[in-house]
Design a protein around this ligand. Structure first.
Ligand code: GSH
Length: 209
């Protein structure tokens, strides 16, 4: 299995955590987003969106979109699970995951910020990213504050934790203050103890600077 990845990509980071969690071996194929390699016709033939991550299976099938890849992993490698059996809790975990993957990350990712900078200026783009992330994380904090810790949904990590942790690096990049988000900080500290999360961090990837 090959994972097309970039060490700093939050979306690829989610998939790295999922693969480590399930104990699925993979070959990391780096895609340097700084060079614009993701916009090449060769890459767009693999992923027409021109984004990472993409997971190429041994039979050549290519999966894209980090959440779709994670759901595929959960379905094909059920244990250890990152979604519990209870359909209600699963729906809540997916809601938190989508609040980040669909409603926060895409509005502050590289392509969006470049476009805002072109239309306005760099300061406005930075402010936009800061406010988008602060708004998204505040909602996540409210949801998960209803659950016991240390993870987002109690004593076991879930898909929600896989989404939260990489988003915090973007929060740091845009100086989002996490002081008022104690549950999110608790999640980050608890996940930092887990090898699946440790081995997915950007700084330990083969393509890291
Ligand atoms: N919704 C997608 C988002 C993927 C995404 O935004 N990838 C970024 C890196 S985190 C990317 O490839 N950016 C390249 C670009 O915008 O040119 C997913 O979850 O896989």
């Amino acid at each position: 299995m090959k994972l097309y990845t970039y060490f700093r990509s939050g979306a690829a980071w989610r998939v790295r955590i999922g693969l480590n969690w399930k104990g699925v071996p993979y070959e990391a194929v780096p895609m340097d987003l700084r060079t614009g390699a993701q916009a090449s016709p060769e890459w767009k033939a693999v992923n027409p969106q021109g984004l990472v991550p993409a997971l190429e299976l041994d039979d050549g099938t290519v999966l894209t979109q980090s959440l779709a890849i994670l759901e595929w992993l959960e379905e094909t490698h059920p244990q250890p699970a990152f979604l519990p059996a209870d359909p209600l809790i699963r729906a809540k975990i997916r809601a938190v995951s989508l609040a980040i993957a669909a409603d926060t990350h895409p509005i502050q990712n590289l392509g969006t910020l470049k476009r805002i900078e072109t239309l306005t200026n760099a300061d406005t783009a930075r402010q936009w990213a800061h406010d988008t992330i602060a708004h998204g994380l505040a909602a996540v904090e409210t949801w998960i504050a209803r659950n016991p810790g240390p993870y987002a949904f109690g004593a076991q990590p879930t898909l929600a934790d896989i989404l939260i942790v990489p988003q915090l690096t973007n929060a740091a990049r845009f100086k989002v203050d996490l002081t008022a988000l104690p549950r999110i900080r608790e999640v980050n500290a608890a996940c930092a103890e887990l090898p699946a999360f440790q081995n997915a961090r950007p700084e330990v990837q083969p393509d890291a600077d």
